[in-house]
Write a protein that binds this ligand. Structure first.
Ligand code: AVI
Length: 321
């Protein structure tokens, strides 16, 4: 079970605060301005994201969940007996329970998440419900790489990466991350990943610009976070949420658009905005099964099996290294 030393946790927190500051200052100094989407997820951002997942118009969560339910036995057989399951960006591990329930005699579950409080609370709950399973949480930013416990080196290791978070990375970063995953899962293991598929533009626009304004609030929350944590003075109501579909790149793009000409102070720095100038806050790439399999192949992962829904909105794919 986990041994989390507070000194290590403090170092991680200091390091991540410093990175946040550096990334924000560098991103706002770029032309066009850009803020990394991984910073959406402070406490309020994570809650807003959970609300997005409940919206009728946000199809990915319920579609992926249904694919997992409909194919639970086949997925369990594919992963096989005695698995060590490592989940990237585990959050509250809701989808994972369904998977764990269908795995034959799993050895361990290793949830990996950047948000320590959430992760440890979830791990405690899981220990109560799965007393025979070794639950070993790791506080880490999986995009930066992390070490797995040595004890599981020879067990069949499956990386579980649901939610289509891979789509939030640019393709070269996605190949790098998939390459690191290929290095983690051994010959008996593999990767089980959720991939959002390209589809009708209106379905995408409704999902990323919902009529209740939850996604708009989720996007703008990044500015509230910067104000609070980096001593900034964004007038948040002077930025509007913009979601566009870039057909050439098969991706949704989220922006915060300045409604007026204005100057914003972040710590000791100042940033000028023209009226209508946008900050890019997120890409959400939409693949097709063949294109994603080709991307994974560049990282040394070969596709074994694919499960999709009747509309072809989403795919759950299994790969081996
Ligand atoms: C986490 N990620 C897969 C979500 C997505 O759909 O790209 C984040 C999100 N952005 C706006 N709505 C949801």
């Amino acid at each position: 079970n986990p041994v989390l030393f507070s000194a290590e946790s403090t170092a991680l927190a200091d390091d991540s605060e410093f990175r946040f500051q550096q990334d924000v200052l560098a991103g706002l100094a770029k032309t066009p301005k850009h803020l990394p989407c991984k910073y959406f997820y402070d406490e309020r951002g994570s809650k807003l994201f959970d609300e997005i997942c409940e919206l009728d118009s946000y199809y990915p969560t319920r579609t992926e969940t249904q694919i997992m339910i409909d194919n639970a036995d086949a997925i369990g057989r594919r992963i096989g007996a005695g698995a060590v399951l490592v989940e990237y960006g585990s959050g509250s591990s809701t989808k994972t329970r369904k998977l764990l329930d269908h795995l034959p005699d799993p050895t361990a579950y290793i949830p990996v998440d950047i948000s320590e409080g959430h992760l440890l609370m979830t791990a405690d709950r899981l220990r109560l419900d799965y007393p025979d399973l070794d639950i070993h949480p790791i506080v880490a930013d999986f995009t930066q790489g992390f070490d797995l416990p040595e004890v599981y080196r020879d067990a069949p290791l499956t990386v579980y990466f649901p939610g289509s978070t891979i789509g939030n990375l640019e393709s070269s970063d996605a190949v790098d991350l998939l390459g690191r995953i290929a290095g983690q899962c051994n010959a008996q293991g593999g990767l089980l990943i959720g991939v959002d598929l390209d589809k009708d533009e209106q379905v995408l626009l409704d999902a990323y610009d919902d009529n209740q304004g939850v996604t708009a609030e989720f996007n703008r929350n990044l500015l509230h976070r910067i104000n609070r944590e980096l001593n900034a003075n964004f007038a948040v109501e002077r930025f509007k949420h913009v979601a566009i579909y870039n057909r050439g790149e098969s991706r949704m793009e989220l922006y915060l658009e300045s409604c007026v000409e204005q100057v914003v102070v972040v710590g000791d720095s100042q940033f000028a905005f023209r009226q209508g100038e946008r900050i890019l806050t997120e890409y959400s790439h939409k693949y097709n099964v063949t294109r994603f399999a080709e991307l994974a192949l560049q990282a040394g992962l070969g596709v074994d099996e694919v499960w999709t829904d009747a509309n072809g909105y989403f795919a759950v794919m299994h790969f081996s290294a």
